[in-house]
Each structure stands twice: as C-alpha cells, then as structure tokens.
Design a protein around this ligand. Structure first.
Ligand code: NAP
Ligand code: MG
Length: 496
C-alpha cells in the first residue's frame, strides 16, 4: 500500500520512537543515563532522545555476546533451524516496512519512496538470502594421505562488532549482521549517532523472531563507542562501513589490541566514463544524474566523476541538465521527492564548502550550486555539477558525499583510463560504449571492486560481492563471499 504525503506526515506525528540501547535481550538506558538528541534533518526538529552507550555498556554487551556465543544457543543450532529464525526476522522487517522506512527517512532525510522500496526491503532480502544460504554451503574433504581424513570446515569467528554509517543505516547494518548471524556469530551493531533509530527498532524485532538474548545487540552512541568496540579484547571481528580515515583508525585499534579480524568498506570517488560511441546518450545522462544524486549523493559508490569524451560533451551536458532537474530536493516525506535532506549541519556545511572550493579553483557550474528551501530549516542542497578544467581540482579528487558532480573532459580511451584510476579509491567504476571489445578491455583496466557497463548502480542481487580495491577497503559484503569474513577456516586431520 502506498501512502500520500499527508498520510506519511500524519503517521510521523503519531510514531512512537524507541531510543534505548539493547543488551542481552532487553532495552535499557545507558549505564550513566547519558543521551543525545536525534534530529530530523528536513526540519531541524528533535525526534527522540537516544542512549549514548557508556564503556560499561560496551563491556556488558561484549560479555553477553561471549556468553551467548559460547553456550551454543545460536552457533550450535542446526543450520536449518537458525535459517528459520532468520527468515522470521526477515518477514518481521517486511511487516514493519512502513514504520522502519519512516524512522529511516525522519532520521537521515532520504526520500520515503526510497526507504520503502530500497532500504527496508533490501535489508529483509539480505537477511532472508543468508538464511537460505546457510544450510547449502558446507566444508571440504581434502585429498590427503589415505591413512588420514582431512576435513576443512568453517566455524563462526565469535563476537562480531558492526560499526556502520548513516547513509543507508538499515541496509548497511543488514549487510553485516545478515551473514554474521547466519554463520552463527553473536553480533553487536553500533549505528552512527546521525541515524540510530532503525537499528534500535530492529533489536526488538530480532528478539520477537526468536534470536536468542546476547546474539543481536545494539549500542547507539558516537565514534567513541565504535572505538571501544574496535579496541575491545573480547571482540573477535570488526566489520566496518564508513570513511577511509576512520577505517585506518579501526585497523590501528585492532593492531593495538587483539588483532581482531578487520573488514573495511570505505569511501570512493568513482569514475563514470562516457565514450563517444555510447549507445544511448540520453539514458547515459539520466543514469549519470541518478548515479550522483540518488540518496543526495551520500553514496559510497556515487558516480561523482563523469569522464566524458570531448566530441560528445556538449550533447551530454544538455541531456544531463534536464535529467538533474528530477532530483530537485523536496520534503523527504513527499513520495514524489527526488532528493531529500542532507543528513546534518556538519555534512551540509562540508558539501557547501566543496561547492565554494569548486568555484574558487576555476570550475564552471553546469547546474545547481546553492542551498535551497532555507525557510524549512532543513539541510537541502540543489543537484549541482561542475565542468572541471582539469582532473586535479580538489572536487575531482576528494569524496564530497553530497549532490555534487565533477565533469572531466578527455580525448582518448587511454587518457580516460589513466584519469579514472588516478585515485586512492577503487570502489566502483562505469564505462559506456557500444563496442563489446572496448567494454571488456576498459573494464579489465579499471581498478575497482564493481564495474558497470552501460549502466550504473545496477545489481541489487545479493549474489554479487561488493567492496573495494585500494583504499576503498578489503573483504566483500553480499554474496557467499561475505560468509568468509565471519568464519574461520579449520583443518581437522583424523588418523585412521
Ligand atoms: P564515518 O565518519 O567513518 O563513520 C562510520 C561509523 O564509524 C559511524 O558509526 C561512526 O560513528 C563510527 N566512528 C567514527 N569515529 C570512529 C572511531 N574513531 N572509531 C570507531 N568508530 C568510529 O563515516 P560516515 O560519515 O558515517 O559515512 C560516510 C562514509 O562511509 C563515506 O566515506 C562513504 O564512502 C563510506 N561508505 C562506504 C560504503 C561501502 O560499502 N564501501 C557504504 C556506505 C558508506 P558516529 O557517526 O556516531 O561518529
Ligand atoms: Mg538523525
């Protein structure tokens, strides 16, 4: 059932919001009763007071996770049974779609039409997919000396901390806890302080689904809570999605403590290459606009650099200007909104300062360039694009994480590939061409975890691994490969 703008507003006005942390099967206040205000970025209004987890809460959650893990209540279940409980969890997420979508939109400003169709169903799909996978992947029998039996098995790593960002709060969390729970681990989720509400609500649903106490816990709070988890001697694995800068800190915390497994999904500055034999320039322009303006550009995979061949540049830009208008921001509760609000004041100021820097370094505005709807007190920025004189401008190199595109012009394919790869990141890339050989050759040369040909951001399918080359991270979310992050390999040798 789809709701109108007025119906969403009405639902928002009566929504009950849980702000407490969740440890060992119970909602509770922080140990020292500390809270922080959760703000709606579209209005500046306070939504809820949320628990800021204390060090004692982190210790309590890790201890509960350890107890639950070692008792075998979860890891010791037959996979079929664990799968059934996880499928119930997925079904509950679907049943609560509108409530979860509304929490997500109010909390971080994305259009409600996206929360209901992408984020919440995507999280349910992830949990369900891994639930279905666990009784279908087994170990190996190694070809060893016939006097031996050599077994290779995968065992859960133990206590997994998932530290996740605010751009896709429920979805990025599910990409961690889905496979981690399926593999039999105990999971502690640390949502961003900018967007804690859906993770908190999920904890109640996990309990309702039958996930045992201590196996799924949620510790809201700021970066200090993430740091305590990353430094904790009782955490076996930290799965992180966020910035490259914090990812480096996390790797350091693991090194300083117990060498816990570290999996990092980090930033990007992804190139979207439009060659002159692009099969459909209007579609390429519409797709390029979606690649940078979807989710207000707060996308790790954002196609934030368009590399366009000189001969087709003017025609491309003409189409792009038209396509960008679709993303003019509106109230996120309006089902017709193309873009919503930027997540908070800090990110809003950061994006505007990059726009100033673009102007200052000699880039020419193609569209947008300003804050808008200032009377709403919300953080709205126009879909913005710059024509850049060369690829070394700050806005061509740094991740902006907002609705700001840098367009770079090139003459030859070699030049395009060189510019595309000349970045510390390697999360995603795209190339548009009608020539199948060019498509294969260029995609092989692009140093990125995902390459799209004649499309962008396709592949909601869970069976495609997702992650980065270079400083975009290590390890992969999604697909059966994600299970590798949350398991240890064991060789067992039996002498006959
Ligand atoms: P962030 O600032 O790195 O924060 C990510 C998470 O880490 C948040 O929960 C944050 O808590 C926590 N944190 C901050 N400082 C910490 C510390 N010293 N120790 C431990 N944890 C700490 O990133 P963000 O601004 O939320 O997200 C944007 C970034 O995520 C972008 O760079 C984007 O590209 C990347 N991203 C990557 C992917 C991917 O799959 N590759 C997907 C989505 C986003 P607080 O927010 O409460 O401070
Ligand atoms: Mg918020």
């Amino acid at each position: 059932m789809s709701r109108t703008h007025a119906e969403w507003q009405q639902l928002a006005a009566t929504l009950g919001i849980e702000g407490r942390l969740f440890i060992d099967g119970e909602y509770a206040h922080a140990h020292d009763s500390r809270t922080f205000n959760c703000i709606n970025p579209a209005t500046g209004d306070k939504l809820a007071e949320v628990a800021w987890s204390a060090a004692a809460d982190v210790d309590a959650a890790v201890a509960a996770a350890r107890r639950a893990f070692e008792s075998g209540v979860w890891s010791g279940l037959p996979p079929l049974k664990r799968g059934k409980i996880l499928k119930r969890f997925a079904a509950l997420i679907r049943q609560h779609r509108d409530e979860l979508a509304l929490l997500e939109t109010l909390d971080m400003g994305k259009p409600i039409g996206d929360s209901t169709t992408v984020d919440v169903p995507g999280a349910a799909y992830c949990v369900e997919w891994f639930a279905e996978a666990i009784d279908k992947v087994g170990g190996e029998v190694a070809p060893v000396d016939p006097k031996l039996v050599g077994l290779v098995t995968r065992e859960p790593v133990g206590v997994v901390a998932a530290v996740v960002p605010w751009n896709f709060p429920i979805l990025m969390a599910s990409w961690k806890f889905g496979p981690a729970l399926a593999a039999g681990n105990a999971v502690i989720v640390k949502p961003s302080e900018k967007s804690p509400l859906t993770a908190i609500r999920l904890a109640g649903l996990a309990k309702q689904a039958g996930i045992p106490d201590g196996i799924f816990q949620v510790l809201p709070g700021g970066g200090d809570v993430g740091k305590l988890l990353a430094l904790h001697m009782g955490v076996d694995c930290i799965a992180f999605t966020g910035s490259t800068a914090v990812g480096k800190l996390i790797a350091g915390y693991a090194a300083q403590s117990n060498l816990k497994r570290v999996w990092l999904e980090l930033g990007g500055k992804s190139p979207n290459i439009i060659l002159e034999d692009c099969p459909d320039l209007a579609r390429a322009a519409r797709t390029a606009a979606g690649a940078i303006y979807y989710n207000m550009g707060e996308m790790c995979t954002a196609g934030s650099r368009v590399l366009v061949q000189r001969s087709i540049k003017e025609r491309f830009l003409e189409e792009f200007r038209k396509a960008a208008q679709r993303y003019y921001p509106a109230d996120p509760l309006d089902p017709a909104a193309g873009m919503g609000a930027i997540v908070d004041q800090i990110q809003f100021d950061k994006v505007l300062s990059y726009i100033d820097q673009g102007r200052g370094e000699g880039a020419t505005l193609i569209c947008g360039g300003q804050a808008t709807q200032v009377e709403s007190k919300g953080y709205f920025i126009e879909p913005t694009a710059f024509d850049c004189p060369h690829p070394d401008l700050t806005i061509c190199r740094e991740e902006i994480f907002g609705p700001v595109l840098s367009v770079i012009t090139f003459d030859s394919i070699d030049e395009a590939v060189r510019i595309a790869n000349d970045t510390e990141y390697g999360l995603a890339a795209a190339v548009w061409t009608a020539n199948v050989s060019t498509a294969h050759q260029v995609s092989r040369r692009l140093r990125a975890g995902t390459v799209w040909v004649n499309c962008y951001d396709e592949g909601g399918d869970m069976n495609l691994p997702f992650g980065g080359f270079k400083q975009s991270g290590n390890g992969r979310d999604k697909s059966l490969h994600a299970l590798e992050k949350y398991t240890e390999l064991k060789s067992t040798l039996i002498k006959l």
